[in-house]
Every structure is written in structure tokens, then in C-alpha cells.
Design a protein around this ligand. Structure first.
Ligand code: NAI
Ligand code: MG
Length: 500
């Protein structure tokens, strides 16, 4: 009896509480901000030359693209400062690094990989702060992959003779490496890990809008006790990049960025004997056949173009849908877009962060305006964009003709152009109707069709029933206007070696 009485009174309490709390009007996500406290920024950064911080002659301010907040002063390296960095790299190459046994070089690379893992939260926050990408992505993609690249190439350092039997692989010398702003730390890892594994030394320049993770990486190099001068980092814009490319003491140039600058670099190194790899733009087709698992394919479409705000060279920016499932696919895609959360990069719920720079926002806006003018139909889900900072809503264009600029040019933003096809042959023809050749996606249940498509598509990487999947063991790179040379895998060693 007593127990019953107590229970019933508790139930009444509960009932009471329930009626006093109003049901939520909408199931919004509460903010879940990652703490900025884990990152300590200096007011001013110099260049990292010969293991020391060198006070820069000129400098500029780097900002957070999501708030336009000023973060730090960084150097704009002059040709003289680049010369000092190349000199330090040359000395380190000659004074022992190139002659170290591979197993010794591997130790440093393993150390760097482990320190990156240990400090991954700090790096992830900094990457999102300086670049605008969602913390979810920098934490779960950029950082684990960057560490994985160092682990992977550490494993090759003492096995180069097995990788290239009977060919006597030798390091090339000083590598000049210029990287973009879409995956700042990951691109650094793609460049530095194979270069060091092969016994080269490095002068690297991060992109002007995202220098901070590369500068924090200098701390990691010191922690790993990498000999001074093996890796030198100078910051600055394209002028600094050009000074690296033009320097006589550089033996190999590795570039990731725009096709336009890639072409200029190729002209600059022509006839100099410098080795060159170029990883440039793309306009990838993501091809959905009528037998594809459609809900999975829709996830693949979203991941293909809205991941990292579409600032991805291999982004699936041209969707090719088989005509018979067109209506259904677009309806599902629009429904899915309505659930994307656009906003603060440091919020753990954010799916789409800030556009990296004002310049990039202007480029996206210009191409989207061109799409509207040329006659495509635009769709954007309702979303409230923050007032400060650089933002662009996830966008889908339907009614797109192959000749439109939005079907031809790399937008490098969260903008998808949808085209249709009837037969596999037509899909191949349309997919290959581009100056680029970096990546493609195929969605179908038929294994035979996947293999056939992979052979027909003129792209360096073809993903089947997945998209934007990366692994350090897998070579990545393009042809035609997407560049040449491969990064990742055993192939990624070759640009950093010469053979006797
Ligand atoms: P960009 O090609 O100008 O910049 C990439 C890197 O090259 C940066 O570090 C930059 O400082 C450096 N650079 C610029 N001019 C140089 C020169 N003359 N010599 C040597 N280095 C130089 O790319 P930007 O202007 O930031 O973006 C423009 C477009 O390029 C984007 O809208 C996008 O379409 C494409 N892009 C493609 C990337 C990719 O991953 N394939 C990455 C970044 C941009
Ligand atoms: Mg540029």
C-alpha cells in the first residue's frame, strides 16, 4: 500500500512537471562549440629557417574567415628570405640528412606522426579557425589523414631499394613545395612526408590565407628534434611562391593549386632540369545509374560537393543522373540539403563552414551569377548565414547545359551542377567532356559496370559507390589540366627520387 502511494505521488509530480514545460517548437541543435583554449596564438610569426624563427622583413595579418577576426601577423617572405631558406635546406642536405640510413630518417617521421596525433585537437581547432572548415572535418579527416601520411612514408624510408628494385634510388636534393588553403596541414603532410622519407630537404610555403597550422607544425619539428634546416617554412603570397620556383638551388618543385598558376610554374621551370609535379583543379563527374542504392548515392552526392565547402580539387561538382531516376534523385537531394547545418566552423554540429576568403567568395558568386544568367535553375535550402565572415549557402543548379560555365569551370565552392544522361555511353561522353581529369564517381549495383566505367572515365581516381575517400597508400593525381605526377602510395615516392 505504502509503496503504491509513493509511486503514485511521484507520478503526479512528473505529470505536473510535464505540463509546465512547453514542448519545443523545433528540434534545433543546441550550440556545441569546441574550445579555442587549446590553441595559443602568438601575436607575430617569423619564417622558420634552419630550425630558428627568423624575424620577417615584411608581414601581413591573417584572419579567421568565419568572423573576419584578426588572428596574427605573419611574414611575407622576400626573395632574400627564400634564398636563406633554400641555403639552410641545401646545407642540411649536404651535412648529413641525405646520407642518413633510411631507418634513421624513419624514426623522425614516426615521431612527427605521433606528435601530430597527440596534438591533434589543438591542430584541428587551429585549422578550423584559420581556414573556416568545420571542426568535425578537421578533427575526423584532416588530422588523422595527416598523421597517417607520416606513418605511411616512415614505413617506406628504409625500403626504397625494395620499392624500386635494381634502380638505386637517390634523393633529389632540395624540394620547393607550394600548397593551397583547402587542406593546409594535410597538403603539408602530402608534400613533406615523401620528401623526407626519400632523403630530401624542404622549403615549404603554405597558402597566404592559411599559414597558421604550418607555423604550428614547426613546433612539432622541434619537438621531434628534426635536424635544423631539413624542413624550412616561409610564408607569403604568390610572390614568395614564385621566388621558390625560380630559385636555382631548388631541385624539385611540387605544387598544388590552380591550373593557371600551375601552367605558369611549368613555363618557369621548363629547361631548368628541375623535377616538377602539379596537382591542379578538377570538374569531376559523379555518375548515378538507375540501379544505384539511391539513399547512399544521395549521401555520396552531398559528401562529394559540400564537404569542405566544396573547396576540394576532386569535388564531385558535376552530377550526372540517369534520366529515369532524375525526379526522385533531385527530390531526395533537396530534402537532404534542408538538414545541412551551415555556420560556426568550431561548432561540432556544423556540416558546412565558412568560405576560405573574400576572394574565393567573389569567385563563387561570379560563377553562380553566370549560371543564373545562362539559364540554369538555382535551388538553395533555407538557411540563415552569419552576418560577419564569408558564407555561401549550399547550392544546386538544375537545367544545366554542358556549355554553361558552371558545367565547365571549377567553382571550388558548395555549388553542384546537375546534368542527365540516358545510356552508359552518354554518361561517359558527358563525364569526359572537360579539360580536367582528376577524379570521378560511379554509383551502380553492377560490378561489371563499375569496371567498365572506370576504364572509360578519363580521371586519375574513380570512386565506386563512395566519394572523397582518401588513404595514404593510394596514389592520387590527374592528367590533362588537372596536372601530372602522383602523391600517395609507392608512386608518391618517385617524384622525390632520381635513379642512378
Ligand atoms: P593559387 O593557385 O593562386 O594558390 C595556390 C598556392 O600557390 C598558394 O600557396 C599561392 O600563394 C601560390 N601561388 C600563387 N601564385 C603563384 C606563383 N605565381 N608562383 C608560385 N606560387 C604561387 O590558387 P588561389 O588563387 O588561391 O585560388 C584560385 C582557384 O584555384 C580556386 O578558386 C580554385 O579553383 C583553384 N584551386 C585549386 C586547388 C586544388 O587543390 N587543386 C587549391 C587552391 C585553389
Ligand atoms: Mg591565385
Amino acid at each position: 500500500m505504502r509503496t503504491e502511494a509513493v509511486t503514485s505521488s511521484r507520478l503526479t509530480d512528473l505529470e505536473h512537471k510535464r505540463s509546465s514545460v512547453s514542448a519545443p517548437a523545433a528540434w534545433d541543435y543546441a550550440p556545441a562549440p569546441e574550445s579555442r583554449e587549446v590553441v595559443t596564438l602568438r601575436e607575430r610569426y617569423g619564417h622558420f629557417i634552419g630550425g630558428e624563427w627568423v624575424e620577417p622583413r615584411d608581414s601581413y595579418t591573417t584572419i579567421s574567415p568565419s568572423s573576419e577576426e584578426e588572428l596574427a601577423e605573419v611574414g611575407q617572405a622576400t626573395p632574400e628570405e627564400v634564398d636563406a631558406a633554400v641555403g639552410a635546406a641545401r646545407a642540411a642536405f649536404a651535412n648529413g640528412w641525405s646520407a642518413l640510413p633510411g631507418a634513421e630518417r624513419a624514426k623522425y617521421l614516426f615521431r612527427i606522426a605521433r606528435i601530430l596525433q597527440e596534438r591533434s585537437r589543438e591542430f584541428a581547432v587551429l585549422e578550423s579557425l584559420n581556414g573556416g572548415k568545420p571542426i568535425k572535418e578537421s578533427r575526423d579527416v584532416d588530422l588523422p589523414l595527416a598523421a597517417a601520411h607520416f606513418f605511411y612514408y616512415a614505413g617506406w624510408a628504409d625500403k626504397l631499394e625494395y620499392a624500386f628494385p635494381n634502380r638505386r634510388p637517390q634523393p633529389v636534393g632540395v624540394a620547393g613545395q607550394i600548397i593551397p588553403w583547402n587542406f593546409p596541414l594535410l597538403m603539408l603532410a602530402w608534400k613533406i612526408a615523401p620528401a623526407l622519407a626519400c632523403g630530401n630537404t624542404v622549403v615549404l610555403k603554405p597558402a597566404e590565407t592559411t599559414p597558421l597550422s604550418a607555423l604550428l607544425f614547426c613546433d612539432v619539428l622541434r619537438q621531434a628534434e628534426l635536424p635544423p634546416g631539413v624542413v624550412n617554412i616561409v610564408t607569403g603570397d604568390g610572390r614568395t611562391g614564385a621566388a621558390i620556383v625560380d630559385h636555382d638551388g631548388v631541385d624539385k618543385v611540387a605544387f598544388t593549386g590552380s591550373t593557371e598558376v600551375g601552367k605558369a610554374i611549368q613555363r618557369a621551370v621548363a629547361g631548368t632540369g628541375k623535377k616538377l609535379t602539379l596537382e591542379l583543379g578538377g570538374k569531376a563527374a559523379n555518375v548515378i545509374f538507375d540501379d544505384a542504392a539511391l539513399d547512399q548515392a544521395v549521401e555520396g552526392i552531398v559528401n562529394g560537393i559540400y564537404f569542405n565547402q566544396g573547396h576540394v580539387c576532386c569535388a564531385g561538382s558535376r552530377l550526372l543522373v540517369q534520366e529515369s531516376i532524375y525526379e526522385q534523385t533531385i527530390a531526395k537531394l533537396k530534402k537532404r540539403l534542408a538538414t545541412l547545418r551551415v555556420g560556426d566552423p568550431l561548432d561540432k554540429n556544423t556540416d558546412v563552414g565558412a568560405i576560405n576568403s573574400k576572394m574565393q567568395l567573389d569567385k563563387i558568386t561570379e560563377l553562380v551569377d553566370a549560371g543564373k544568367e545562362e539559364g540554369a535553375e538555382i535551388y538553395q535550402p533555407a538557411c540563415r548565414l552569419p552576418e560577419k565572415g564569408y558564407w555561401f549557402a549550399p547550392t544546386v543548379f538544375t537545367n544545366v547545359a554542358q556549355s554553361y560555365r558552371i558545367a565547365q569551370e571549377e567553382i571550388f565552392g558548395p555549388v553542384l551542377s546537375v546534368l542527365t544522361f540516358r545510356t552508359p555511353d552518354e554518361a561517359v561522353e558527358k563525364a569526359n567532356n572537360t579539360m580536367f581529369g582528376l577524379s570521378a564517381g560511379v554509383w551502380t549495383e553492377k560490378g561489371s559496370r563499375i569496371l567498365w566505367m572506370a576504364q572509360q572515365l578519363r580521371a586519375g581516381v574513380v570512386w565506386a559507390n563512395t566519394y572523397n575517400r582518401f588513404d595514404p597508400t593510394s596514389p592520387f593525381g590527374g592528367y590533362r589540366e588537372s596536372g601530372f605526377g602522383r602523391e600517395g602510395g609507392r608512386h608518391g615516392l618517385e617524384p622525390y627520387l632520381r635513379f642512378e
